[in-house]
Design a protein around this ligand. Sequence first.
Ligand code: DGT
Ligand code: CA
Ligand code: ZN
Length: 578
Amino acid sequence: MTTNEETAAALERLADMMELDGANFYKIAAHRKAARRIVESGEPVTRLAAEGRLTELPDIGEKIAAKITEMVEKGSIGELEAYEQRFPPGLLDLQRVEGIGPKTTRKIWEALGISSLDELEEAARDGSIAGLPGMGEKTAANIIRAVKRLRAMGDRIPLGEALPAAAAAAAALRRHPGAHDVTIAGSIRRMRETVKDVDIIATADDPGELTGYFATIDVAAETVASGPTKCAIRTHGGIQVDLRVVPDEAFGNLLQHFTGSREHNIALRERALSQGMKVSEYGVEDADGREHRCRTEEEVYQLLGLDYIPPELREDAGEIEAAAAGRLPRLVEESDIRGDLHLHSDWSDGRGSIREMAQAARARGLEYIAVADHSRSLAVARGLTPARLSRQLEEIAALNDELDGFHVFSGMEVDILADGFLDMPDDVLEELDFVTASIHSGFGQERDRIMARLRAAAENPFVRAIGHPTGRLIGRRGAYDVDMEELIELAAHTGTALEINSHYWRLDLRDRHARAAQEAGARLVINSDAHAPADAGSLHYGVATARRGWVRRESVLNTLTAGELAAVLSKPKQGNPA
Ligand code: DGT
Ligand code: CA
Ligand code: ZN
């Protein structure tokens, strides 16, 4: 039976082949979007195809639905098979290497016959890549680095793909009448940016009945392993989910153990030993040798003489010492976030009107947004000229007259151009409420050039925030060469906020950089970078990243109310003394 994962993979492969073939950009993007929707869908694609309901999924039209149906019925897509005759499959691996697009892949393949990562790496080392027209030593060195990064990601899955699958599996388990506590554990509970698999801990009337049921839930495409208290399945999206059913009286011990991290657990165990205690997944033994089984994690930490440690902090990064001293931070929470200061509308590359984006934010409990469409140099994103921007301002003003209890701030995600200038004159930026400046080009520049650009942006009096400050895309693209210490310093003394971009590919600033920024007194802002109304929920990932970075509410600009923020924005930027 064809799984959603296989179908999505076939569509992705088809899109990759189309890229090699130089096909139309929108056609390729449509196939990729469809693949994502299939992975996200909780329903098996076989059922959707059999019932003729594929086009009910968002972003799936008749043409792509026909290809999916072909895949479901024949196990393959004819168009893809034809491509596979033309291009060796290894070319797709080359395309995944950062800095090598489809054009370069074809060039390298046609010139040197290279069609695998190993061959590519060798050719980058032995000078044959550097010898190709338009390439050089620098390209070859970049290729070696990029291949290394690609291999390091291995099979880890971005959090934003694993979490929906984990939530669906947990929800299905909770619907079983014999299930008591069902909790996601492991790296997902800690909200690590990538995860290997999903761990779920549960208690139940009859463990064997729950594990047996687990293998039959809609989310499960296949059973990987099963036993009386354990069961592992793979979802239609190809993600492994491990369920462990544990006794009620030790639920707290087991949840604590399987939440990890391994490093946190080891440090916890060592600290306990040094105080004459013991801690394991079975219980806590106190200094008098008495064994305690804990129903809750709170009891585990309490017995060890520690304040409760939120899962996002459990990385052995000082949290145990802080908990022992009663000095854990009060972390920012999703409900603290009052507004979203970076999202796009259909004025540039967004897929919702400003009104729709505002409504989606409002439905999520926010009280304001700032529209941050792209500036003109980003032509692929239909970036705004000053003239279009001024028409957008009229639309925003009209919308604000109409909205009650919600405010739309004007703004822009202005491009920091490769030469260091901003893509909009100061007299235009000055008219906007909230300007975010971001780098979208010149990623390969030397550190000095990158820093000069970021410095110019931070020192501009009208730039309130730096968007996705390192530009990394998890597993896909490395950061540009940012001196993080210097950027944080600049942010703090110019009063420019650093963004934690919530898109699960970005999570940029990442956790430890957010922590350093807070320590240096820089402001943070947690934004969705939403391109469609449905993306409003992504703030969850940004907040989790902030929490992993020990970030408190006071450090986050958009925890201010609309009125407080307006008051801040009515005055010039204010930094800390250098
Ligand atoms: P990952 O790689 O994203 O799946 O990360 P985790 O943290 O979910 O790791 P996983 O799934 O291998 O194990 C889940 C938790 O179980 C882990 O965070 C801590 C605990 N655990 C697993 N193996 C060990 C171990 O050998 N020693 C200790 N102390 N804890 C372990
Ligand atoms: Ca795990
Ligand atoms: Zn951007």
